[in-house]
Structures are given as structure tokens and as C-alpha cells.
Design a protein around this ligand. Structure first.
Ligand SMILES: NC(=O)c1ccc[n+]([C@@H]2O[C@H](COP(=O)([O-])OP(=O)(O)OC[C@H]3O[C@@H](n4cnc5c(N)ncnc54)[C@H](OP(=O)(O)O)[C@@H]3O)[C@@H](O)[C@H]2O)c1
Length: 272
């Protein structure tokens, strides 16, 4: 699979990035490890995670997977949204909350905290769980413009970059929630990871501000919901939409990993 340098950064990432938000739906660590190893073998080198995903399980599994492979990968994790029940839930309480959350959704909703003290603590824990000493990309997880103190955050991010704990930073979420930062071209938005779909083209807001698309996600899930066309066709069109960046996908099935990688190889082979 082709790799691209994310516009505006020196991060070299795979054309398709592997999302870990649904990794914990696989019941065993063995299955999760095998899925990520298959993705890596098929050319996925950029992995997206967050402390909120699986309430910590995703970062822990990714950390296990990275042992001996770190050199060939880039890793994004996030700050701002945290698991309910604290940053160190045990496995039993994760499953209890996830199950109870099906009946009472409030129980599994994230804790939102935009303080620098929470972000610092979370970064410490993410580095430890991932077993690495530097995060390639630290993203503000679905930031709300009124809640984030942009300049305070910028100082903290620059300081962490100076210390060598992060390489680059940015924001992840809906493009319309980033409008304030987009319209002022704020440096907090060095990398924008935005939800997009072929149906609504939400990421047009990013390009309307003269920015290249960097990381986009959500194409497969939204086309599955609208039931308009097969996944392969959706991904082909998404790759044509985000030409210079990376498309973040997720799957729990080995066969789907190969299918998605093959689409990217074919589509980029045609445009090279
Ligand atoms: N704020 C944020 O930054 C944010 C928000 C949401 C998500 N994300 C990230 O983006 C990643 C992707 O999230 P998404 O939900 O938007 O993912 P997506 O890739 O758009 O959709 C995933 C869905 O597509 C299905 N799928 C994948 N490959 C398939 C294939 N070859 N054939 C048929 N179905 C297929 C998956 O089912 P199967 O599992 O059955 O294959 C799953 O239901 C997440 O894991 C997370 O890392 C970030």
C-alpha cells in the first residue's frame, strides 16, 4: 500500500489507516493481535486509537502489537474524552459498563475534560499503555470551541513536542465543530482528522478554507447506513475524494482487511 506524507507535516502514513475503536468487540487478545498483524502485513502502517476506545483496551492491545514493530508504524491517540469510571478501569468494569450502557447509554458516555492536567495525565498513561516514548500524532478528541482554551493548549502541546513526547498534533471530529479554528487557520489544527461521507461531503468545509484533506473517516459506516452501494465502490470513491491524505477505516474481520487493502492498492495504482 502506498504511503503519503500528511500535508503540512512530516508524518508519513499509509493511504489507509487502521482504526481501533471496535477492536474490543473481538473477544480475545489473540484475535485482536492477529487482526492488527494482518492489517500491518497488508500495508496499514498508521494506527488510530484513543483512551476512550474500549475504555483503555484499544491502547493496551495496540501497545502489545507494537512490540518489535514500532519502527514501521505511526500512532495517533487523543486527549479530551475519557472513559467513564476513570483512566484505569479493570476489564470486568469495562464490560459491565459497556453492557449496562446498552440499556442506560449515560453509563458508557465519555467524560469530557479539557483541562491541561487531565491531558497531561492522559498522555502519560497513553505512552505507558502503548509502550512507546513518543506519540506521532496527538489529537484533541471532538473538541468544542467554547470549551478548549486554545492558547493554553498550544503552549502545552509545544512543550510536549520540545520534550520529544509528541511529534505533531491536531483535532479529530466533525468538521463543523472545528469551524472557529478553521476560519482563523489556528495552529491547533495542524492536522485535521474529520468525519466525511460521500452522501453529505462534510469535509468540504475543510477544503473551503484552502486546506488539503489530511485524515478522513466514516465513509464505510455511513454508506452502510444509507445502503446505497457496495463497500468496495464507496472506498474507491473516498480515495478519489481524499487524494493526498489517509482514509481511516475499521473492521473486525480478517477478510475485510484484505479487501480494503486491495481496493487502496488498485485505486492508487491507477492514479500513480
Ligand atoms: N472523533 C474521531 O476522531 C473519530 C470518530 C469515529 C471514529 N474514529 C476512528 O475512525 C475509525 C473508523 O471508524 P468508522 O466507524 O467511521 O469506520 P468505517 O471504516 O467507516 O466503518 C466501519 C464499518 O464498515 C464495515 N466494513 C469494513 N470493511 C468492510 C468490508 N470490506 N466489507 C463490508 N463491511 C466492511 C465494518 O464492519 P466489520 O467490522 O464487520 O468489517 C464496520 O461496521 C475508528 O476505528 C476510529 O479509530 C475517529
Amino acid at each position: 500500500m502506498r504511503r503519503v506524507t500528511l500535508p503540512g507535516t512530516d508524518l508519513k502514513v499509509s493511504r489507509l489507516s487502521f482504526g481501533t475503536a471496535s477492536l474490543h468487540h473481538l473477544p480475545t487478545s489473540r484475535q485482536r493481535q492477529y487482526l492488527m498483524a494482518t492489517a500491518f502485513d497488508r500495508g496499514f502502517t498508521h494506527f488510530d486509537t484513543a483512551p476512550y476506545y474500549g475504555f483503555g483496551i484499544a491502547e493496551e492491545e495496540l501497545g502489545r502489537f507494537l512490540r518489535g514493530r514500532r519502527g514501521g508504524t505511526t500512532i495517533a491517540t487523543k486527549v479530551g474524552l475519557y472513559p467513564p469510571g476513570g483512566l484505569h478501569p479493570n476489564t470486568a468494569s469495562v464490560w459491565l459498563r459497556k453492557l449496562a450502557g446498552r440499556v442506560f447509554p449515560g453509563i458508557s458516555r465519555p467524560v469530557v475534560d479539557w483541562s491541561i492536567s487531565a491531558a497531561s495525565k492522559s498522555l502519560d498513561i497513553s505512552l505507558r499503555r502503548l509502550g512507546i516514548d513518543q506519540i506521532d500524532l496527538l489529537l484533541l478528541h471532538e473538541p468544542a470551541s467554547g470549551a478548549v482554551q486554545s492558547e493554553v493548549f498550544m503552549d502545552w502541546l509545544k512543550n510536549e513536542q520540545r520534550k520529544g513526547r509528541i511529534r505533531a498534533w491536531g483535532m479529530a471530529g466533525q468538521a463543523d465543530c472545528m469551524d472557529t479554528w478553521l476560519s482563523t487557520n489556528h495552529p491547533l489544527g495542524m492536522v485535521l482528522q474529520v468525519r466525511d461521507s460521500l452522501e453529505r461531503k462534510e469535509a468540504d468545509l475543510v477544503t473551503s478554507h484552502g486546506r488539503d484533506l489530511q485524515i478522513t473517516y466514516g465513509y464505510l459506516s455511513s454508506s452502510a447506513m444509507s445502503g446505497t452501494q457496495p463497500v468496495v465502490k464507496t472506498l474507491e470513491l473516498a480515495l478519489r475524494r481524499n487524494v493526498r491524505g489517509s482514509i481511516l477505516v475499521s473492521t473486525r474481520r480478517l477478510a475485510h482487511v484484505g479487501e480494503l487493502a486491495a481496493v487502496a492498492e488498485r485505486a492508487d495504482g491507477e492514479t500513480d
